[in-house]
Design a protein around this ligand. Structure first.
Ligand SMILES: [Zn+2]
Length: 520
């Protein structure tokens, strides 16, 4: 027996170690640097008489790093060696790899190049075939069909890692002939149609995508971000087909969101009552919205009571045509964001004036001369968030910045108060809100800030729908939070080349479609 406190460098036994220690085990190597803190007897070992020759070389590997894992024997070999145990063993493999309704033929391992420059790595290969009743089924409709040919021959599916070793399922992938779907690769019980990963693997990636950062998923699962996108789209589309998201829909919010440079937009539909994202599609046109109403169906369109939007014509037109009974409300989030936009215009104008008044430092960078903001201009450039955020969420520093603006730039502070005034209107709601809006409009009309005078005109144009919002009390907070979260997701999903992946990610995170972790 050897003590934890093994000296990796000394080959000769050291003088006996006093006190009781837990014996060293080969599956838990102890880094040499940790030993003194753990044991208090660094550099000593306890050795049972006669064990030196038997264990010798292997035990000395302890302090050199993780030894290669011991590798399992094949299921079929195992069955021959220990009669009657083979069935239990294959069931265990089925559970481990998430392949039920599957016959495990053999388990093997090999060393293969990982392709990422880290050299050959251990691979666990489990040869499988679908159970007879699940074999030769169409990959789309799942019906039992006659076999057509061998397809591409044997292929592999990546399964969840077993410990630190990558695991793969290997099986035949024959094609079947389906009267509805033509000649198509047969379905397999352990993976989704057209997938290169098992269901367990897909589900774990989808679960992680809705919870962690890009780097965490790609490093943990050892796949590229693009593969994550493909998996998300696959899992989300399956979950969408299996759930009825439109049941009981009464109050909806429609919005557009830019997801890529070059005017690429998504239309999103949110349920006001649950706060869930229920539909999203690429585009920003009348036909995109008609596609939503088509999917919703005539009967359910008639059940809609309220529809909130930002006042764009491409929403108002189809909404009036398909759900004329629904009250069109102005989305409070958008109305307040108009005011935020106007406030930012004012801030930039004040900043420009400060720069023209000489609040700049001239710096030479290579062959160019750059005028950097200094003094007031610098403070104004950094005041954007203090002005933009809701006062209840301000940090101490931002509060101080706001107090500075109040004292030094009254014109800009007046614009800030106008923005906050409009936000209060939507907080009040009902008749009180309407009354506050009337007073706000007259204040904005004579405030002598052109941006806000324009805004007052715009709000007067949308007055009926804003009044409807105040009457029916549509919550701003809910839409605002969904909007903010989708914006975060679009930034995160920038590497996805396919909008289906972005929509999938949004549906997983905000549409309640996140799958459970495998085996839970
Ligand atoms: Zn079919």
């Amino acid at each position: 027996m050897r003590c934890w406190a093994v000296d990796a460098a000394a080959r000769e036994p050291l003088p006996g170690c006093r006190g009781l220690r837990r014996a060293a085990v080969p599956w838990f190597p102890v880094p040499w640097s940790l030993l003194p803190a753990w044991t208090g007897c660094a550099g000593r070992r306890v050795e049972a008489a006669g064990s030196k020759q038997k264990n010798g070389q292997r035990e000395w590997q302890l302090a050199r790093g993780t030894p290669s894992p011991s590798v399992v024997s094949g299921v079929s070999n195992h069955r021959h060696q220990r009669k009657g145990n083979g069935v239990r063993s294959s069931r265990l493999w089925g559970k481990l790899l998430g392949c039920e309704g599957t016959v495990i033929e053999d388990v093997d391992w090999c060393e293969e190049d990982s392709g990422d420059g880290s050299g050959p790595a251990l691979r666990l290969i489990v040869r499988v075939r679908p159970h007879k009743r699940l074999a030769h089924r169409c990959g789309i409709c799942g019906g039992k069909r006659p076999r057509y040919d061998n397809g591409q021959g044997r292929r592999r599916w990546r399964a969840l890692d077993l410990g630190t070793v990558r695991a793969y399922l290997e099986a035949e992938a024959p094609r079947v002939s389906c009267p509805a779907h033509g000649v198509i690769t047969a379905a397999v019980p352990w993976a989704r149609h057209g997938a290169a990963h098992t269901r367990f693997f897909d589900d774990q990636v989808a679960w992680l995508a809705a919870a962690c950062s890009k780097t965490t998923i790609t490093a943990l699962m050892r796949i590229s971000w693009r593969t994550v996108g493909t998996i998300i789209a696959r899992v989300a589309s399956e979950a969408e087909a299996a759930t009825d998201r439109f049941a009981g829909l009464r109050r909806i919010g429609i919005d557009e969101i830019s997801y890529k440079r070059g005017h690429k937009y998504l239309v999103i539909v949110v349920d006001h009552d649950t706060g869930m994202l229920i539909w999203a599609a690429p585009g920003r046109e009348t036909k995109t919205l008609h596609a939503f109403f088509d999917q919703l169906g005539g009967e359910r369109c008639k059940l809609l009571t309220h529809l909130s939007a930002d006042g764009a014509d491409w929403i108002a037109g189809p909404a009036a045509a398909r759900a004329p009974q629904a009250v069109l409300c102005a989305d409070p989030f958008h109305v307040v964001s108009w005011a935020t936009g106007a406030l930012d215009e004012v801030r930039r104008e004040v900043w420009r004036t400060a720069r023209q008044a000489g609040a700049t430092n001239v710096v030479r960078h290579r062959s160019r001369t750059i005028r950097l903001s200094s003094g007031d201009a610098k403070s104004l450039a950094r005041a954007r968030y203090a002005l933009w955020k809701n006062p209840e969420n301000l940090t101490g520093r931002q509060e101080a910045k706001l107090a500075w603006i109040e004292k030094t730039h009254p014109y800009l502070y007046r614009a800030y108060l106008l923005k906050e005034g409009l936000r209060t209107v939507f907080k009040l709601k009902g008749d009180e809100g309407k009354h506050a809006l009337t007073r706000w409009l007259s204040w904005a009309a004579r405030c002598r800030i052109p941006e806000f005078t324009e805004l007052a005109k715009k709000i007067r144009q949308h007055l009926p729908s804003i009044h409807a919002t105040l009457d029916h009390g549509l919550s701003n907070g809910l839409i605002e939070s969904v909007n903010t979260k989708i914006r975060v997701i679009t930034r995160m999903a920038f590497g996805f080349h396919n909008p289906a992946a972005l929509i999938g990610l949004a549906m997983l995170a905000l549409g309640g479609l996140r799958p459970a972790l495998p085996g839970r």
